[in-house]
Design a protein around this ligand. Structure first.
Ligand code: SF4
Length: 275
């Protein structure tokens, strides 16, 4: 068994690299019962990653390589800390009364929670037993790999739809768009609450036709409670440098207020509830 570590409360913007050098490649992980897994960090008081006050656990491992990713140190399991699900739940139990009182709960983000589906499901199921609202933030790329049991442990899915155009999607993430759209349709079919998240990256995802395509796809879905437009920022740039990765967005500006308003208006005009 890899060396078991402990996770202290931190911040998504902290840099974590090389903590578990013996971890498998994130594309070759064979999970057993999910009792152990790899995590980057957790935050104790988010107001942005689901309703109410949230604990946000950032797990390690992602198969996408978004050119504007704010947390490339979550891509590889070897950069995460190997921890037990029980330790996460013990820690969560201490916060549970406050989270319940503030209509909040647990959100698992990443990285990509579905890379370690057994580990994250175990934590989500434990959070439900604590009476907490549960959510994951996911690209949906591995949505085909999770079963109904996984979805039943979830109250909300924060679904990142990065583009409506397969070519744009591939150029910004390195992967196919279709699994994400399939997952969105599956969630709509079972009426699972979803907040769609769209990262607005000038010059990469801001094309009006791209935004329009997402808006038209999402608008008829009654389970989509919100579309959240998330402006690109440079807070993760230092991580690319520290990890010696080629960062294509070094010169990309943050979106102007006018651009953000244009995109919000596009979603609104299509009939989406947007913020
Ligand atoms: S899906 Fe998220 S964690 Fe993965 S590369 Fe894209 S932005 Fe980064």
């Amino acid at each position: 068994m890899p060396h078991l570590g402990h996770l202290e409360a931190g911040n998504r913007h902290d840099l974590h690299i090389g903590i578990s050098p013996d971890a498998p490649d994130e594309g070759q992980l064979h999970e057993e019962d999910g009792a152990y897994g790899y995590a980057h960090s957790y935050e104790t008081s988010s107001r942005f990653d689901g309703p109410g006050l949230r604990i946000v656990l950032f797990v390690s491992g992602c198969l996408l390589r978004c050119s504007y990713c704010h947390n490339p140190d979550t891509w590889h399991l070897k950069d995460g800390t190997y921890i037990s699900a029980q330790e996460v739940l013990d820690r969560l139990a201490k916060f549970a009364p406050a989270l319940r009182a503030l209509d909040g709960g647990l959100t698992i983000s990443g990285g990509e929670p579905l890379v370690q589906a057994a580990f994250t499901r175990r934590i989500l199921a434990g959070a439900k037993q604590l009476g907490l609202h549960t959510a994951i933030e996911t690209s949906g790329y591995l949505g085909d790999h999770v079963d109904e049991k996984y979805l039943s442990a979830l109250d909300l899915v924060l679904l990142d739809i990065k583009s409506s155009n397969p070519e744009t999607y591939r150029s910004v993430t390195g992967r196919d768009l279709a699994p994400t759209l399939r997952f969105a349709e599956r969630l709509a079919a079972i009426n699972k609450p979803v907040w769609v998240r769209f990262t607005l990256v000038p010059g990469f995802t801001d094309d009006p036709a791209n935004v329009e395509g997402i808006a038209r796809f999402v608008a008829p879905m009654k389970n989509v409670e919100w579309v959240e437009v998330q402006p690109f920022h440079q807070l993760g740039a230092f991580k690319w440098k520290a990890m010696n990765l080629e960062y294509k967005n070094a010169q990309t500006p943050t979106p102007t207020p006018d651009l953000i308003e244009r995109v919000i208006e596009q979603f609104r005009a299509a009939g989406c509830r947007v913020r």
